[in-house]
Design a protein around this ligand. Structure first.
Ligand SMILES: O=C(O)CCC(=O)C(=O)O
Ligand SMILES: [Fe+2]
Length: 353
């Protein structure tokens, strides 16, 4: 194996000295972060400030949620249409159970898979003060502590988002390092708990099922925790259609640039296609049918205030790089993307990602 084979192709950016390191160190970290956003559009953020124990708690809460029965989860259903994106999105109707054999020991799993039809389910949480996107909660006794945990976690993630937004402005070289912060109150972000149930590898290989097809995220930044299953892939720079693994790096936040930031930066920063497919490691499969492990991930989508006008930043325009995009209002762009996704996926999509 050559050195290149064991090095992650997605850069790792260490924020350990962000607050303690002084202005030069800070500038260096910001530059590293923006360099990753320019080349790959993705970075692993380490030493970000969310304690590993907290991340563990978040995954445990997510597992408790998705372990609930369908009827219980349906007490907080995602509303139809793309305008409000909150609550529980149940699996669609992409049946995957017909590929199962009849072995008795699989009965349990089969039953579970029969009751679901797609290969992912999710739950969306926003700011409690976002009037346009009111949260949709389960009754407290169905999952005690869920509401308080997820709302606290939401704001904890926003603290990290603020650090990254400041780093972004510094790394791009904006005069105002609060440029992005002043447009992101935190009330328009979205915390998403995602569960990809076990699926026979053959279903994904034959494209009868998909965990998450290739897409770009819509907003400013996405920050994601993933468990150790694997399967997240990112399009290689300058190699359209070729993907590389964003393998799980324990406790790191996988961060990526969304469409909005690509527009703001006049394409200097890349909103890169990514998808979730089969886990690369063979120990993630079991049995003759190569049933994959379940996978859990927790993306956090960072977006500005709805009326924010996004136009190419003067710092990203020069004689060789004229502005490529017209000014748009974030809300209009978001609704346009939501509308497009909803045609194909009436319930499950409409997410900034
Ligand atoms: O589950 C993942 O790792 C990726 C999720 C994602 O890309 C999204 O929700 O936009
Ligand atoms: Fe995404």
């Amino acid at each position: 194996m050559g050195l290149g084979d064991c090095q992650p192709a997605i850069p790792t950016v260490d924020f350990a000295e962000w607050t303690s390191g002084g202005p030069d160190r800070r500038k260096q970290i910001a530059n590293d972060f923006v360099a990753a956003c320019r080349t790959v559009g993705f970075a692993y953020i380490i030493n970000h400030g969310v304690a590993p124990g907290r991340v563990k708690e978040a995954f445990a809460m997510s597992q408790k949620l998705f372990d609930l029965g369908h009827e219980q989860k349906m007490l907080a259903p995602h509303p139809p249409g793309g305008a409000v994106h909150r609550g529980y999105s149940w699996p669609g109707f992409e049946k995957i159970t017909q590929t199962f054999g009849d072995e008795a020991d699989r009965e349990d799993l089969k039953k579970r898979l029969r009751s679901i039809a797609d290969v992912k389910e999710s739950y969306e949480v926003g700011s409690e003060n976002n009037q346009d996107q009111p949260n949709i909660w389960l009754p407290e006794d169905v999952l005690p502590g869920f509401r308080s945990f997820t709302t606290e976690f939401y704001w904890q993630m926003n603290t990290i988002a603020r650090m990254l937004l400041r780093a972004m402005a510094i790394g791009i070289g904006l005069d105002d390092e609060e440029f992005f912060l002043s447009r992101h109150s935190g009330h328009n972000n979205q915390l998403r708990l995602l569960h990809y149930p076990p699926v026979p590898a053959a279903d994904i290989e034959s494209q009868r099922a998909s965990r998450m097809p290739a897409h770009s995220d819509w907003g400013t930044l996405t920050m994601l925790f993933q468990d150790d299953c694997g399967g997240l892939e990112v399009e290689k720079p300058h190699k359209e259609g070729e993907f590389m693994s964003a393998h799980p790096l324990k406790d790191a936040i996988v961060t990526n640039v969304g469409d909005l930031l690509q527009r703001w930066s006049n394409d200097k920063l890349k909103s890169t296609l990514h998808r979730v497919t089969l886990p690369p490691q063979q120990d993630r499969f079991s049995g003759d049918e190569r049933m994959t492990r379940a996978r859990y991930s927790i993306p956090y989508f960072v977006a500005p205030e709805g009326p924010t006008i996004v136009e190419c930043l003067p710092a990203c325009i020069d004689e060789k790089h004229a502005a490529k995009y017209k000014a748009i209002r974030w809300n209009d762009y978001m609704l346009m993307r939501a509308g497009m996704s909803y045609e194909d996926q009436p319930v499950e999509s409409g997410v900034p990602g």
